[in-house]
Design a protein around this ligand. Structure first.
Ligand code: DGY
Length: 333
């Protein structure tokens, strides 16, 4: 007598992702996907998540106590992002739901982009391109879109995790910058030496950096890490680049500082309330704005999707996730 096949775990992929990753996932679990990338309401998301053991989320979907209570079959939520401020991790742990993220695979791509955004802001790349496209270029001028240098200047990094260290390496070894950083905890001396970075207070960093780059995770404590008071400490020639999360910068205060020339320029990939961008920022000419694409190279986005899928399938089929955020859940049940 043959026994009936055990039913396969069911997962919901909340947004469109690479079809080949959906196919890979479907080899192990039953998948409800969203190939048309519908933006489901929260009620619709919860309705579809009910009866699923796993969710593959992309960073914008809030997983909190209310969703967990409505979806008692849920065992894992795998974020296709290194940041996971969309997860209420204590609530997930209390509900015995594993949270995973996608660290490591996007470090260099994101650090490259941070550098690109900082350089574009310092050298006024998009501002000058808009001017050229508007047909205003009629002569060479000695000061035409003259900006500030990158090489040989002081780079201040706030947040010194993997991506912060990637930016530090680029600054030290690629551009001969003096790199200073501020972080909740100081790096071990050998890690500081490897990336060529010196630990300073936040105030000293803001006062002495020519280019400030933000790479801190978003938490209640990091909300408005940069507001009017911090912007007032910065050099008027300095730039500010945010590739971390919206909400780490007070966008209204930044728009004011940019329009008043309190700082020279900014590069922003993330915004408070994105995908909406504050109209005061849109009105500033000295800011480079990109739509949350710091990790968006094709190979990296594919690696992020594969890691999220491997976390889901690994946990649901063998109990072995790759990158758990709350591994204490693994010991339960
Ligand atoms: C991340 O991985 O947290 C990025 O912001 C992805 O979009």
């Amino acid at each position: 007598m043959t026994s009936a096949p055990a039913s396969r775990p069911r997962v919901l992929v909340t947004r469109a992702i690479f079809p080949e990753v959906i196919d890979q996932l479907a080899e192990h679990v039953d998948v409800e996907a969203n190939p048309d990338d519908q933006l489901w309401s929260r009620d619709e998301l919860i309705r579809r998540a009910q009866g699923k053991q796993g969710l593959l989320t992309t960073g914008g979907e809030r997983v909190d106590a209310a969703l967990l209570a409505a979806c008692p079959d849920l065992r894992i939520c795998a974020n296709m992002a290194v940041g996971y401020n969309n997860f209420d991790v204590p609530a997930m742990t209390a509900a015995g739901v594993l949270a995973t993220n996608a660290p490591g695979v996007l470090t260099d791509t994101t650090a490259d982009f941070g550098f690109a955004l900082m350089m574009a802001a310092a050298r006024r790349v998009t501002e000058s391109e808009h001017w050229l496209r508007a047909g205003q270029w009629d002569r060479w001028r000695y000061d035409l879109f003259a900006g500030s240098d990158i090489h040989g200047t002081t780079l201040g990094i706030i947040g010194m995790g993997r991506i912060g260290q990637g930016i530090a390496r680029r600054g030290t070894h690629g551009f001969g910058m003096q790199v200073i950083y501020h972080n909740r905890s100081r790096l071990p001396a050998e890690d500081e030496a490897a990336v060529g970075a010196t630990y300073v207070s936040k105030q000293a960093l803001l006062q002495s950096a020519d280019h400030v780059v933000l790479v801190v995770p978003y938490t209640p404590e990091s909300h408005h890490t940069i507001g009017a008071a911090e912007l007032a400490l910065m050099k008027p020639t300095a730039t500010l680049t945010n590739i971390a999360r919206g909400g780490i910068v007070d966008d209204v205060a930044l728009a004011r500082a940019l329009s008043e020339g309190r700082i020279a320029a900014a590069g922003l990939d993330v915004f408070e309330g994105e995908p909406k961008v504050h109209p005061d920022l849109l009105a500033c000419r000295n800011v480079v704005l990109t739509p949350h694409i710091a990790s968006a190279s094709v190979p990296t986005r594919l690696a992020m999707a594969r890691l999220a899928a491997d976390n889901l399938a690994g946990f649901l089929t063998t109990g072995q996730p790759l990158t758990p955020i709350n591994p204490e859940v693994l010991g339960k049940g």
